[in-house]
Ligand binder design. Sequence first.
Ligand SMILES: *Cc1c(COP(=O)(O)O)cnc(C)c1O
Length: 424
Amino acid sequence: MKNYHINTKCIQEGYAPKNGESRVLPIYQSTTYKYDSSEHVGKLFDLEEEGFFYTRLANPTVDCVERKIAALEGGIGAMCTSSGQAASLIAILNICGSGDHMISSAAIYGGTTNLFAVTLKKLGVEVTFVDPEASEEELQKAFKENTKLIFAETLANPALVVTDIEKFATIAHKNGVPLIIDNTFATPINCRPFEFGADIVVHSTSKYMDGHAVALGGVIVDSGNFDWDNGKFPGLSTPDESYHGMIYTQACGRSAYIVKARVQLMRDLGSSPSPNSAFLLNLGLETLHLRMERHCSNALTVAKWLEANDKIAWVNYPGLKSNKYYNLAQKYMPNGTCGVISFGVKGGREAAVKLMDNLKLAAIVVHVADARTSVLHPASTTHRQLTDEQLVSAGVAPDLIRMSIGIEYVEDIITDIEQALEQL
Ligand SMILES: *Cc1c(COP(=O)(O)O)cnc(C)c1O
């Protein structure tokens, strides 16, 4: 389906029913699959034949959604996971283990910061956090002999820092390592990081891709462009004894990374999505292009309204001309960024909490990026595990209100904020 526009791919990619088959993607609610001979099953286990044998590794419903997401990102393959956290973890562990080092932008999701600074550290992976605005020379200083990858978010949650993907990709490739980009907030509708040199993309599909806050999920997408045979990634270029000495780069070519993630790490870690969740994710993806357009136009309208209101201290939205990331956003996301904005209200932390409590339409929820407008105070919730220093380097001010603008009628969203501000 290469020739279709991405909007068409949202609807049509992944599942192609044959004559007389279900028009809609069926839910294969089955853990297992029947075969006629044990010889055939043995070949499946040895990866000599393709086919489904256990849903921990692959499932026909999930498979269709993976094909759709790979097509949307322009990758050669994808693997869905049970959550975005699992996607980030597996994407990294696939090429980086005890004794290795990785570099991450400091402006990332709070849960990812914890994963890197706490759990990866315990697993023996050392992480250096860098300022996303650092120059190439400064970034170069963070590299070590055992550095295996760089990680960043297209549009950081919740700081809304726009990452200069080309800068990160250039420095990664100079050092023989891949760039992994978390593209959750932009979605492939607004940015396709592979077009700017990223090698691997991860998502929390729990956000815009699902879009309705119904199913937790994640996905890893492989561009197929990185050459893993450069001596730095023995896990991919030397024999895997758990598959009779198979060498991924030789047996799988451009798909080496995504095949290993599935047949080795998903096999062993088991953070698989449920077929039912994959079905719901697919429903969300079918309208992703429509929803992103409305999320972005609503968010820009609200951001402009807030900017003009004298009870508001500051507004952060990369779609605003006054924003320091405006030019980068225009380069990487010319059609819009996302529906999330952040702002501070005059009166600081206390006023922020009051304003949020006054809102009627917008609800306080620990989630972003679904159809309903919601608000959150990261410093006292999602980011409360971070020290003040980490908060600042993650771009989270203590008075920051994160507002996820939904796809309601925009005047109703503004009226709600207006009445909440009047009560302050
Ligand atoms: C939510 C989120 C995650 C984690 O995803 P879960 O599905 O909640 O596990 C990772 N990265 C970003 C940018 C997120 O917004």
